[in-house]
Design a binder for this molecule. Structure first.
Ligand code: HSE
Length: 304
């Protein structure tokens, strides 16, 4: 039996929805799992992360798969895993969440699904630490999450059917900005006015995405809790954000903890990516441009 797992990229935060909102994107990692009896964990990669990601037992997919075997109290007699990676690593597009879900979903399917989708989601969120990438990667579309009495409740929100027609431009500068570092630089306490600023706007971001109202998205997708601390640390990012707005983007935000920026527009506008990339280049950084759409679908598991 061979299992195939597809998991989408995600963009977390969406400006004011810090650690709460996330959106699945139409860019997929595809991974095949083949059980063996040779006691070996063999992993190969093509695409993103080739030559950078470990292929031994410290690989996040293997760790996540073995976590599921452990939770199910089942031995793993060996696995051959092949990853076709399209989600760039360390970009702010949820590659580590995608890897974790991939490993957990693959192992769960090989074991005959001892865990429900909800249980796998819970396991992945507990391991990852925050839900805003993992939950949309699993469920697809726009997802809001809360932590409630030590449980995470993640809800897929209604999003307009043509949300998939909103055009997303992601520009990923070649700048090392690990999530751990991007979280460590945030203040431990915030002012009440900043909390109110974000709460009110996060609600309107979900409404703008529900109705497809890009003008509303433009005024709501700003933030006081993380972007003002992170953006100045990414060379060229502030000017890239402003240039994207001037080039016609309705809204622009840091994607997750960065360093990528994500711009929303009603139609494909290649100028947006070019002007953002130009600002990063002026700051000494090369960058990659992705033209993406929202994915209403989340992770998929199939038996081959
Ligand atoms: N919300 C997280 C952060 C990143 O901004 O630090 C993704 O989980």
């Amino acid at each position: 039996m061979k299992i195939s797992v597809k998991v989408p990229a995600t963009t977390a935060n969406l400006g004011p929805g810090f650690d709460a909102l996330g959106l699945a994107l139409d860019l997929w990692n595809e991974t095949e799992f083949l059980p063996t009896n040779d006691k070996q964990m063999a992993l190969t990669i093509s695409g993103e992360g080739l030559g950078k990601l470990p292929t031994d037992a410290s690989n996040c997919i293997i760790e996540a798969a073995l976590q599921v075997y452990g939770q199910a109290h089942k031995p793993c007699n060996g696995l051959r895993i092949h990853c076709i990676n399209r989600v760039p690593i360390g970009s702010g597009l949820g590659s580590s969440s995608a890897a974790m879900l991939t490993g957990m979903l693959g192992a769960n399917a090989l074991l005959g699904n001892p865990f429900s989708q909800e249980e796998i989601l819970k396991m992945a969120i507990e391991t990852e630490g925050h839900p805003d990438n993992v939950a949309p990667a699993m469920l697809g579309g726009l997802v809001a999450s809360i932590v409630y009495e030590e449980r995470v409740v993640s809800l897929k929100l209604p999003a307009r059917a043509n949300l998939g027609q909103i055009h997303l431009t992601v520009v990923w500068p070649d700048f090392d900005f690990p999530t751990k570092q991007a979280r460590a630089i945030l203040p431990k306490q915030v002012e009440r006015k900043d909390a109110i600023y974000n709460i009110s706007r996060a609600v309107l971001v979900t409404e703008a995405l529900r109705t497809g109202d890009l003008d509303l998205l433009g005024i709501a997708m700003t933030d006081m809790l993380h972007q003002p601390y992170r953006i100045p640390l990414i060379p060229g990012a502030q000017l890239a954000l402003e240039a994207a707005r001037q080039a016609g983007a309705a809204a622009v935000a840091l994607s997750g903890a960065g360093p990528s920026l994500i711009a929303f527009s009603s139609k494909v506008n290649k100028i947006i990516g070019k002007v953002m990339s130009h600002e990063f280049e002026k700051a000494g950084l090369s960058s990659k441009i992705y033209h993406l759409q929202v994915s209403h679908e989340g992770a998929e598991v199939s038996i081959l």
